[in-house]
Design a protein around this ligand. Structure first.
Ligand SMILES: Cc1cc2nc3c(=O)[nH]c(=O)nc-3n(C[C@H](O)[C@H](O)[C@H](O)COP(=O)(O)O)c2cc1C
Length: 210
C-alpha cells in the first residue's frame, strides 16, 4: 500500500467529499478487482425513483474493448467537431487525447441508464420528469463510486462523451439497446496531482433559508 492510500483510509466522510477530484492522467498501475467491486457495490446503494435502480454498469479492464470503444467514439467525435467548424489539426489533437485517456486508464466504467421498469404516464411531461429522476439517481450512483474510489486510494475522471453518441457506444460494446450509456469513468491511480478547483461560496448557492 502506498502512502496516498494509507492516508486516505483514516479520512472522514467530509474529507473524502472535499478531497475527491477529477483526475485526467492516470498511471498504468493495475487496479484490484476487489476495489472495482467495492465501487460498484457503493453504486448499488444509491437512492433511486421508486427504488427501481435504473442503472447498469459496463466495466472494461482489457485493452481490446477499450480500444474498440475509444476508436468508435473518436470517429464520431471527429465528425461532430468538423460540424463545429474546427480545423483538422485541432480535431486530431483532441481526438488523440481522448483516445489516450480512455485506453490509458486501467479501468473504464460506463454507467448506463436502464429506463426499463420506470413508471409510464399518459402525458409527455410526466414521462420526461420520470426520466429526469432516473438520470438524477444515476448521478447519485456515480458519485457513490467516485467517493468510494477516492477512499480506497484510487482516482477517477468523468467523461461525458458517451452522452453525445450513446448508439455508437452501445454498438461498440454490443450492449442491450435498452441501455443508454451516460458517461465514461476512468479509474486508476493518479499520475499527477489534479488541479484543485475552488467552489462557489455557500452564501451564493443558498437562495432561501428561512
Ligand atoms: C456530468 C459531468 C460531466 C463531465 N464531463 C467531463 C468531461 O467530459 N471531461 C472532463 O475532463 N471532465 C468532465 N467532468 C468533470 C468536471 O469537469 C469536474 O467535476 C469539475 O471541473 C470540478 O472539478 P473536480 O471534479 O476536480 O472537483 C464532468 C463532470 C460531470 C459531473
Amino acid at each position: 500500500m502506498m502512502a496516498n492510500e494509507a492516508n486516505r483510509l483514516s479520512l472522514s466522510l467530509a474529507e473524502i467529499i472535499r478531497g475527491r477530484r477529477s483526475v485526467r492522467r492516470l498511471s498504468d498501475r493495475p487496479v484490484d478487482r476487489e476495489h472495482i467491486l467495492t465501487m460498484l457495490e457503493a453504486a448499488r446503494w444509491a437512492p433511486s425513483p421508486h427504488g427501481r435502480q435504473p442503472w447498469r454498469f459496463v466495466v472494461l479492464t482489457r485493452p481490446e474493448p477499450k480500444h474498440a470503444l475509444a476508436t468508435a467514439m473518436g470517429k464520431e467525435w471527429r465528425r461532430q467537431l468538423a460540424l463545429d467548424g474546427l480545423d483538422a489539426a485541432t480535431i486530431e489533437g483532441r481526438a488523440r487525447k481522448s483516445y489516450e485517456r480512455i485506453t490509458g486508464a486501467p479501468v473504464v466504467i460506463v454507467p448506463c441508464l436502464y429506463p426499463v421498469g420506470l413508471d409510464v404516464y399518459p402525458d409527455a411531461a410526466r414521462n420526461a420528469a420520470e426520466i429526469t429522476m432516473a438520470v438524477q439517481s444515476l448521478g447519485c450512483a456515480i458519485q457513490n463510486m467516485l467517493l468510494t474510489a477516492y477512499a480506497l486510494g484510487l482516482d477517477c475522471g468523468w467523461m461525458c462523451a458517451p452522452l453525445f453518441c450513446p448508439d455508437v457506444v452501445t454498438a461498440a460494446l454490443s450492449l442491450d439497446p435498452a441501455l443508454i450509456p451516460h458517461a465514461l469513468i476512468t479509474v486508476g491511480y493518479a499520475a499527477v496531482e489534479p488541479v484543485r478547483r475552488e467552489r462557489l461560496p455557500l452564501e451564493t448557492l443558498v437562495v432561501r433559508f428561512d
